[in-house]
Design a protein around this ligand. Sequence first.
Ligand SMILES: Cc1cc2nc3c(=O)[nH]c(=O)nc-3n(C[C@H](O)[C@H](O)[C@H](O)COP(=O)(O)OP(=O)(O)OC[C@H]3O[C@@H](n4cnc5c(N)ncnc54)[C@H](O)[C@@H]3O)c2cc1C
Length: 388
Amino acid sequence: MSKPTLPRVAILGAGPIGLEAALYAKSLGHPVTVYEANAPGAHVERWGFLRMFTPFGMNVTPLGLAALLRDAPDRELPADTDLITGKEFRDAYLAPLAESSALRGLVQPQTRVVAIGRAGWRKGEPADPKKPLPPFRLLVRDPRGVERFDAADVVLDCTGTLGRPNWVGDGGIPAVGEVAARQHAAYWPEDVRGARTGHYAGKSVLVIGAGYSAATAVCELATLAEVHQATWVIWLTNGPRTQPLGRIGGDPLKERDRLAARANSLAMRCDGNLEYHPQAMIDELVCGGPDQGFRVAARLAGKPTTWDVERVIANVGYRPDLSACAELRVGEPAGRVETDEPGYFILGAKAKGRDSNFLIQDGHAHVRRTFAVVAGKPGLDLYAKKAA
Ligand SMILES: Cc1cc2nc3c(=O)[nH]c(=O)nc-3n(C[C@H](O)[C@H](O)[C@H](O)COP(=O)(O)OP(=O)(O)OC[C@H]3O[C@@H](n4cnc5c(N)ncnc54)[C@H](O)[C@@H]3O)c2cc1C
């Protein structure tokens, strides 16, 4: 008797979690395709100049390590305790995994999934409970821009959130002028003391945000100002706290805690070349054109204030892009991998929705949970099996 065929799995995104999901699916015997709009690990590469808070051993799995060492038993990998940069992680782990014999032929780089529906079904139509659901139908755009349809029984959306930065305006909507100014401000981490020094040294820079990325920008700019003394930093956060960053009591990630402590201390002292304003509700972010500076208007604890600055760094987080699955029963994710669309799962950073406190380790748990649900075996855990 021939073995029953397992569901075909389509994985969107070859970041740390998409690649891990592909290894897991392959190990279980599923037919798998991974679609990656850019290069594998592209989002990690984007902030790759930063040192990670989590040690290498927390970012990898037994499946991933086994796949790499199977191809090259003498491969030198970072030690489990090493704190490497995002780029080093991409180069040492993600890129070789995408090219490993375990995933050979399964990862399609520069291939974007544009839209997903179900064959012969439209959103809003009642589904016949007696019939199996029709397969997913994926509109895919290949590296030459040619479009085609692919089919899958299970879709794992591992597309992250980095592609869609939040707006700075009060209420989560754009401030006046922000839509046009977007291309001139920085919404992703900036390599302030590396490749982008020339852009920031000696400039007035307004930083918006109360997370670790904004804190990193502020600390790096403060260090830059020690050498380039005309550098002036204005830091706006919307929280009510007197200190910009909440510290995690007994944070096991020491570098993360050190960053929060340093940023808070800079904000509280407000010495050197930095001013800090909490409770800032931003109403206007207008740019005069390339290199023409910005006018930013906000209410500080209700009091209208404006600034004219040369640079703006808006590190205000990211949100999930749900446009590709708009024709499915998929709502904004908030921590669960399951969605209302049977067979459609959201894993990795995107599963947390707008909550930026995601670690790669959380995504490995998503992978394990998803395949336990797909297999209908709550105890299924390849990591436990490999570790035994
Ligand atoms: C500055 C910063 C520092 C961080 N530091 C750490 C850390 O130290 N430790 C830690 O554990 N975590 C850290 N994180 C969090 C987390 O590790 C990353 O966000 C991680 O990249 C999330 O992995 P992911 O696989 O879910 O998604 P991503 O890495 O975001 O990958 C998504 C992939 O999907 C692709 N894609 C998007 N849309 C489509 C589409 N329609 N079709 C096909 N492909 C698509 C993208 O090109 C991308 O390659 C950090 C995050 C940031 C922003």
